[in-house]
Design a protein around this ligand. Structure first.
Ligand SMILES: NC(=O)c1ccc[n+]([C@@H]2O[C@H](COP(=O)([O-])OP(=O)(O)OC[C@H]3O[C@@H](n4cnc5c(N)ncnc54)[C@H](OP(=O)(O)O)[C@@H]3O)[C@@H](O)[C@H]2O)c1
Length: 241
């Protein structure tokens, strides 16, 4: 893999690095663009070093002044200052977490975006399968150590909306999980233009939050759009400009 050039390493020294496992994919790449735009150095993780490098180069073209590097998934965990986001299909969720198990440091936080769509077993994107543990995020809990903070979120944010840098997101994401993990995740995600984070409780709520995605996919199919959600009657939305 091409190592980051000297200037990129210097930029990463001054910016906090967030890593994305599956940063080459639809959700992961869109998220990388938004986090890069928000001032984070972003490490795009992949199983393949060349794919990661290509995605990072493409992100640098799309976000002026953005700092992006491509890494193997394990290296992405090592590189993250604190926050690691997993954005891979449900079918490869546990395998991906197991593949990076040796790279975690105490104090790091995982944000799990996984939705257990029935497409993993040849079913419909509007159907969900029920993981043994209750949800994909609860499955992640069993796959990473207790030293790692865990939150789940972004289930209702479409990759298309993330990639559309011409517009702020103008929507909410419901997150759940460990208290200190939610603090770290909220601090990072609320730097994304137009995204508000709403605390939806403990990790047990992930089963319900993951279930929102097939509902939205059905709406999107019927209305030919990329719908998101907004929760009403909460405090004023943070700066959405
Ligand atoms: N797409 C959305 O709008 C959206 C919205 C909300 C939540 N989500 C959730 O986000 C997660 C990612 O969705 P996505 O649409 O971004 O997925 P995707 O584009 O199909 O895949 C994301 C990345 O996962 C890696 N991957 C794919 N198959 C794999 C396998 N068999 N084993 C290991 N890694 C594999 C690939 O990275 P490498 O090949 O580079 O390793 C790929 O670029 C899913 O759990 C989805 O439910 C997606």
């Amino acid at each position: 893999m091409t190592r980051p050039g000297k200037s990129l390493v210097a930029e990463r020294d001054t910016k906090e690095t967030v890593s994305i496992l599956g940063g080459t994919g639809s959700l992961g790449f869109g998220l990388a663009l938004r986090l890069g735009e928000a001032g984070y150095a972003v490490c795009l993780g992949s199983r393949d070093a060349h794919r990661a490098d290509r995605a990072a180069a493409q992100a640098r073209e799309l976000v002026e002044g953005g700092t992006f590097v491509g890494c193997l998934n394990g290296e992405a965990v090592t590189t993250a200052d604190r926050l690691v986001i997993i954005a891979v299909p449900f079918a490869s969720h546990v395998a991906t977490l197991k593949s990076v198990a040796a790279h975690w440091r105490a104090g790091q936080v995982l944000l799990d975006t996984t939705v257990p769509l029935a497409t993993a077993i040849g079913g419909r994107p509007t159907h969900l399968v029920e993981p043994w543990h209750g949800s994909a995020a609860q499955q992640a809990r069993s796959a990473i150590g207790d030293d790692i903070g865990l939150a789940a979120g972004l289930h209702t944010i479409s990759a298309a909306a993330l990639r559309d840098l011409a517009h702020p997101l103008d929507q909410d994401t419901l997150i759940c999980g460990d208290s200190h993990a939610k603090v770290a995740v909220t601090a990072a995600l609320e730097r994304i233009r137009g995204l508000r984070v709403v605390d939806a409780g403990s990790l047990e709520m992930s089963r319900l939050l993951e279930g929102l995605t097939p509902v939205l996919i059905g709406i999107n199919i019927r209305h030919k759009t990329h719908a998101g959600i907004q929760v009403t009657h909460l405090q004023a939305r943070a700066a959405l400009a």
